[in-house]
Structure formats: C-alpha cells, structure tokens
Design a protein around this ligand. Structure first.
Ligand code: 6PG
Length: 243
C-alpha cells in the first residue's frame, strides 16, 4: 500500500532489516522504561525505506507510544517535493498509526514566512523538545549521509549547528541555496542512540574519508558523538562502501 515500494539494493536489505530490528528494540525498551519512544527522523530516501520495513515486517512496533520528530527540514511548504516532512506524510504517515498529536513537524512556515530568523520557529521547536523530552534527549536519532558529507542539515565546512548552544538552528546548503532548519549537533549528541544509515552509490569517497579520519578531530558533524559509548552505530550498505 506504499506509494512505490521503496526498494533498496539486495546488498542493503539485510542492513535495513537489522536497523529496523534495532529500532524496534530501542522502542520497546523506551516504552517499557518511560512509556514513550521519542524518534527523530532525517529526510531523504533512507528513512522511508526503513519505515516501510518497520511497518511491513515488525509487528508490535509501539506506534501509539511513538513521538515522531524531524531531524531537519527544508524551508519550503510541506506540499513541496523537497519537503522532508511532506515526503514522510505522503509515503508513510497515512499508513503508520502514530497519533497525530505525537507527530512534530518543524515549524518552517511561521506567520506564512519560511524560516525567517525573526519568526522564532527554531526557538519554538527547541521549546517543544525541551518540554516533552527529559533532558532534551531523544531515544533514537536516525541520520543519513549526503554525498557531500552533510548529515541532518549540518554541512562540512560550516559551523551552523556545530558551535553555539542553540538546540535547533537555521542553516543553508552550500550546493543548493535552500534555507533549512536542523537539530544541532549538541542536541543530536544528547540522544540515547544515534544511527547513521548510509545507503546508495556515490558515498564511497565520503565514507572512506570519515573512516580514515575517525580518530582525528575532523569537524565532521557527528564525530562529536562518542562512538565507543555504543551510542553511535553506523549502518553502511555495500553500494555506499564499494560502488
Ligand atoms: C536532508 C536530509 C539529509 C539526508 C541525506 C541522505 O534534508 O538533506 O535530511 O541529511 O539524510 O541527504 O539522504 P538519502 O537518505 O536520500 O541518501
């Protein structure tokens, strides 16, 4: 019933199944301990492929106890094909049974303007997170990786979302001048778990750079997450590694 079954390559199928299982485990644990599962999803195609498996193969997922947050958003109307929330809504949210009040899109269009500094949309989202999450800590943040190495809407070479104490920031893609709203690195780092899902071709170079630089203080956004704490888990598909 999904609009176009978001297929992934054969190489990636076991990876996606593993991540879906890990998310189900994290969700069950969060609901058992706190009665709620706060999940933050990135845009792009990977989360849709993942949710398709969660919906189709993982019965008993605690959708009713799940709060769905956005990791980042483009400053476009939700009807725009570039909208991350709009894409989730079109492909997923009409099928998975997350109560509407538990779905938290980023307020990119306050007062009919999109991501205007004065509109305080970032502060509003930060307040919502602080109000609903203990210590502003997500149970799980799902990140993707762009070919240029960006994750969330935090771009290598830019300090937006890396320095400063804001939980939610505005940023701009250097490639495509679209303003964006994004969780900041400090907020992502507060999460219990950070899963980085890297699917698809064209990411070999950036993955190689990151894997080689893992122990160097590269200002790649999520290097700040302590990988040895089990908090950060990479899910990298064969295509991303070798093709
Ligand atoms: C964005 C996305 C971005 C995404 C990567 C990977 O709005 O740009 O949130 O951070 O995670 O671009 O996208 P794919 O999953 O489609 O490879």
């Amino acid at each position: 019933i999904f609009l176009g079954n978001p297929m992934v390559s054969n190489w990636a199928e076991p990876l996606i199944q593993q991540l879906a299982q890990d998310i189900q485990t994290a969700a069950e644990e969060a609901v058992k301990n706190r009665g709620i599962f706060h999940l933050a999803l990135s845009g792009g195609s990977s989360p849709i492929a993942l949710f398709h498996r969660l919906y189709k193969h993982h019965f008993g997922f605690p959708w009713k106890h799940t709060h769905l947050w956005m990791v980042d958003e483009r400053c476009v109307p939700f009807t725009d094909t570039d909208s991350n929330f709009g894409s989730l809504e079109r492909h997923l949210l009409q099928h998975v049974r997350i109560p509407y009040v538990n779905i938290h899109p980023m307020p990119v269009h306050k007062n009919q303007r999109l991501c205007d500094e004065e509109d305080k949309g970032t502060e509003e989202y930060a307040l919502e997170i602080s109000a609903l999450l203990t210590n502003s800590s997500f149970d799980l943040v799902l990140l993707g990786l762009g070919n240029d190495g960006h994750t969330a809407s935090i771009f290598p070479g830019s300090q937006d979302g890396i320095t400063g104490d804001k939980l939610v920031v505005l940023s701009e893609s250097p490639l495509k001048p679209t303003h964006r709203m994004s969780l900041s690195l400090p907020l992502i780092n507060k999460a219990q778990k950070v899963a980085v899902l890297v699917l698809g071709k064209g990411k070999h170079d950036i993955i190689t750079l990151i894997s080689r630089a893992e122990n160097k203080p590269v200002r790649w956004p999520i290097f700040g997450v302590k990988p040895n704490s089990g908090q950060l888990v990479w899910y990298v598909d064969y295509d991303a590694m070798f093709r």
